[in-house]
Design a protein around this ligand. Structure first.
Ligand code: F6R
Length: 280
């Protein structure tokens, strides 16, 4: 796990956008796993800006979002498809057919969505880079505490803490969705590279649990410690409960000095080198 502590939430977005840009340059037809929520909004704004500047293109990219609410009215303001369209997709050159959500059609049995989504991810070649936020209770996607660490895409009832956090975003006339379809923890762990983003003091305990706590289904993000290529990008506030804060900053300076001596482009960065799975 590489922990990158930066000074502000804006810098989290900049650093994450640099990594996504490098991914897009390294592999223009890459498969991205994407998250919704307040954390990645600034990242998506930055990607739109870079697209408008001609720095990046999403033309060949395929995307798989982590999750979608179940039981929403079509075109609901709360839908994650709509969120992604407003914050990213509608402002770029991504092809509509390349955008995927674990959505349930009107008459469909929601339990059949997961296996189809897993198939689609695998058919696309697997996720090259997965962007994650983290819930205050340690959830990733909607894998709430106690989710199996090997879980796959499936229906999940939201935890009380998540319902409480999300209720702040509801308007008076809106009903809180209580279930979602989410990629499983096993699905997320299959991604070749993972970026976990967190900002603000309200995420500090969750980040500490993810990076330095025991691996446990009670804190789903902690499983990322067992992944080969995770970058955790946090601002000072979200990093404030990390015990090894100074060590992570020292490691980063050391790695940066190697990059400046031996080349800092995506092609020189081991993060982007082929993984064993790419060689299959
Ligand atoms: C969103 C998702 C969630 C969020 C998490 C943090 O697709 O899967 O796990 O990443 O709830 O949400 P924010 O960023 O709103 O604090």
């Amino acid at each position: 796990m590489e922990v990158m502590i930066v000074s502000s939430s804006d810098e989290v977005a900049q650093v994450a956008a640099d990594i996504l840009r490098d991914m897009l340059l390294h592999k223009p037809a890459c498969v991205l796993g994407l998250a919704t929520g307040s954390t990645p909004i600034a990242l998506y704004g930055e990607l739109v800006h870079r697209y408008q500047q001609g720095e990046i293109s999403l033309r060949e990219v395929q995307t798989f979002n982590l999750d979608e609410y179940l039981g929403l009215q079509p075109k609901s303001r709360l839908s994650y498809r709509r969120f992604m369209s407003e914050h990213l997709f509608a402002h770029t050159d991504i092809e509509a057919d390349n955008i995927h959500f674990p959505e349930c059609a009107a008459e469909q049995d929601p339990r059949t969505v997961g296996p189809g989504y897993e198939w689609a991810i695998s058919n696309a070649g697997g996720i090259d880079l997965q962007v994650l936020g983290i819930g205050a209770n340690g959830h990733i996607g909607f894998n709430e505490p106690s989710s199996s660490l090997g879980s796959r895409t499936r229906v999940k009832a939201l935890a009380p803490r998540t319902l409480q956090d999300n209720s702040k975003l509801l308007r008076d006339d809106e009903t809180q969705p209580e279930m979602a379809i989410t990629m499983g923890i096993g699905t997320i762990m299959d991604a070749r590279r993972i970026l976990l983003l967190a900002t603000g003091e309200h995420k500090a305990a969750a980040v500490a649990g993810a990076v330095e706590g025991a691996i446990s289904a009670m804190h789903p993000a902690s499983v990322l410690q067992a992944h080969q290529r995770v970058r955790v990008i946090v601002d000072e506030a979200a990093a404030s409960q990390l015990q090894l804060r100074e060590y992570y900053q020292w490691v980063r300076r050391k790695n940066d000095s190697i990059a400046s001596q031996h080349g800092g482009s995506a092609d020189d960065d081991p993060w982007f080198h082929k993984t064993v799975e790419d060689l299959d």
